[in-house]
Design a protein around this ligand. Structure first.
Ligand SMILES: Nc1ncnc2c1ncn2[C@@H]1O[C@H](COP(=O)(O)OP(=O)(O)OP(=O)(O)O)[C@@H](O)[C@H]1O
Ligand SMILES: [Mg+2]
Length: 358
């Protein structure tokens, strides 16, 4: 069953079109992450669902019912923002109780609900404290309890973990995922952090310029993106400008920078066509000068090596000055003993090549 549908949503603000035909369909209980560069319209999309912005055209349906024209308090939506937005003069319990009061919920039952949801986020022991006496992670959990206690049809999270440090963020991601699944609430989470999107969500939607470019299950979207900007945005990529050199019965041969040549199974091209080949840095391996016979390799010299903790990035510069990057484990790089200026090859894993139109 569908939990939330956005159909051809167009939003104009101050004479400028911000959302262009946004279409999105989310199943009941599903968690979708909205990812995209700053200013692409993520918050505007959430505000439109919540009812703070009224679209010029299109429909928003919750459980099959249109809620166009309904004010925010008549939509059963729970909201959590990056900056917590807790009421500073209210205790933790009063903050969580706020939505129930607004909805004129039975008082006796409200007290029980507040306690239940504070227990759920493991904060029942601080219910009489003011928000300022809590840590960032605790405040964010209060905000989450406040959004969930009203049993929303839709939970909207706008960079809820953005202000937390890495460790707390990792921990909260796990808690959030468990809570979302346990309550089965249809959720949209906006994040800047692609790792967070890939690990939290059932599906990830990537937005550019006010529209959803592509949506898919995390691993599918990461491994087999249909658009090159989506590939680049999700995890980085090398893009090789290639020409179709020949067409055979079993595919086409592409040639590209650094002596790159590969046969791919594809019959949509003719000789002379220009295509872009995308490959992620972690799908490139390094071969040193002694063994440069490999097919589908880019040849060049080591331009730089950058230590990134769990991974080492090796930048290679081809004869025509283009730079490509490979990510490998620091240990395997130690074994190869490559140094700057040395000639090497980056060998591409063919299964992971993505072909895009120029
Ligand atoms: N009230 C407004 N009036 C005019 N333009 C607005 C208004 N609100 C947002 N915008 C513009 O709409 C675009 C999308 O903004 P939005 O806040 O949705 O982006 P975002 O994807 O959430 O970005 P970020 O990742 O930085 O939070 C931006 O160009 C922004 O300047
Ligand atoms: Mg935003």
């Amino acid at each position: 069953m569908t939990g939330l549908e956005l159909e051809n949503i167009c939003v104009w603000l101050n004479g400028q079109q911000i959302l262009h035909d946004v279409n999105l369909s989310i199943k009941k209980g599903e968690c979708v992450a909205l990812l995209g560069p700053s200013g692409c319209g993520k918050t505007t999309t959430l505000r439109t669902i919540a009812g703070f912005i009224h679209p010029q055209s299109g429909d928003v349906r919750v459980s099959g019912h249109s809620c166009i024209g309904l004010p925010p308090n008549k939509r059963n939506v729970g909201l959590v923002f990056q900056d917590y937005a807790l009421f500073p003069h209210m205790t933790v319990a009063q903050n969580v109780d706020y939505g129930l009061r607004m909805r004129k919920h039975d008082r006796k039952e409200s007290l029980l609900l507040v306690k239940e949801f504070l227990e759920m986020v493991q904060l029942d022991h601080v219910m009489d404290r003011l928000p300022q006496s809590l840590s960032g992670g605790q405040r964010q959990r209060v905000a989450l309890a406040r959004a969930l206690v009203i049993k929303p049809d839709i939970l909207l999270l706008d960079e809820p973990l953005g202000a937390l440090d890495r460790k707390l963020r990792d921990q909260m991601q796990v808690e959030l995922k468990q809570l979302q699944k346990q309550l089965g609430v249809t959720t949209i989470i906006v994040t800047h952090d692609q790792e967070e999107a890939l690990s939290l969500a059932d599906r990830v939607a990537v937005m550019f310029g006010g529209g959803i470019r592509e949506i898919g299950m995390p691993q599918d979207l990461y491994d087999y993106p249909q658009h090159r900007d989506v590939m680049d945005f999700l995890g980085g990529s090398n893009l090789l400008r290639c020409n179709v050199k020949s067409v055979q019965s079993n595919g086409v041969t592409l040639t590209g920078p650094g002596g790159f040549e590969v046969l791919i199974e594809n019959n949509n091209h003719k000789v002379g066509d220009k295509v872009l080949v995308g490959i992620r840095p972690e799908h490139l391996s390094i071969e040193t000068s002694g063994d440069m016979s490999a097919e589908s390799a880019i040849r060049g010299i080591v331009h730089e090596t950058v230590y990134k903790g769990t991974l080492m990035e090796v930048l290679i510069k081809t004869a025509d000055g283009e730079i490509f990057r490979a990510s490998i484990s620091p240990r395997s790089l130690d074994k190869l003993r490559v140094s700057r200026g040395e000639e090497i090859s980056l060998v591409l894993e063919k299964d992971y090549l993505r072909i895009f139109k120029e």
